[in-house]
Design a protein around this ligand. Sequence first.
Ligand SMILES: Nc1ncnc2c1ncn2[C@@H]1O[C@H](COP(=O)(O)OP(=O)(O)O)[C@@H](O)[C@H]1O
Ligand SMILES: [Mg+2]
Length: 266
Amino acid sequence: MLSDRKSDMSEPHIRMNDLNVWYGSYHILRHITADIPAQGITAIIGPSGCGKTTLLKSINRLLDEMEGTRVQGQIWLDGMNIYDNGVDVTEVRTRVGFLAPKPSPLPMSIYDNVAYGPRIHQHDHNSRGSKNQDLDRIVELNLRAAGLWEEVKDRLRSSASQLSTGQQQRLCLARALAVKPDVLLCDEPTSALDPIAAQKIEAQLRELKKERTIVVVTHMLRQARRMADHVIFLWMGELVEAGPAMQMFAKPRDGRTQAYLDGDIG
Ligand SMILES: Nc1ncnc2c1ncn2[C@@H]1O[C@H](COP(=O)(O)OP(=O)(O)O)[C@@H](O)[C@H]1O
Ligand SMILES: [Mg+2]
């Protein structure tokens, strides 16, 4: 199925069909139907409380973890409805990674943070030696992909908690990448960071979008303008408008989108 996607880039990578989410009796996402194209960055924008995080978490079934949440509708990922009975949720979360707003490295070394996922997923190896070499390579590769390698290569065994917040977020990015997700969900990935650290995360995500589908939730319009290839605009739990970023920012179709972009609402 994956190869189908790569050979036909006109097909959306993720397709949400009439998605509804309730927290208890509160109908928080209403009839969301949208496509997320393969590769590139899709930004989910809208004012605080409009349902961005909820929508993002629905894409790798993180809402399952929350008591009192009910989901209805389908989310198709490479032709599989992730809400079908019998779907392996662990597999979904391996294929769809998640980067949280506040960096939360595991209480272990820099190296072990990145090696954590691959160790769990690791297949048989002939000898312990080759296994460790593989891990070394995986750790380096993913720290490079997160733009952190040069800063930490000489202290891989020191605790992740000694890193700055910005470095910790890039470490969490490396950790998420290490299990080779083909979709990466990022929830306000720079909201806890200073502008320089934020810039670094943005730069890495722009680089990473060449190889995978990236979805970024942001309430910062300027960030969306800098990063997005596609945009989904949510307003009070409903999808108002979705489409290519250039078109949406230049000539939105809906009056509410225009008002939001102009700063008149939200
Ligand atoms: N666990 C929860 N239980 C009940 N209501 C929630 C929960 N999480 C979020 N909400 C509510 O759902 C709405 C959407 O939240 P959220 O998806 O976090 O929005 P956003 O990320 O756009 O700020 C908000 O009104 C919020 O208060
Ligand atoms: Mg949120």
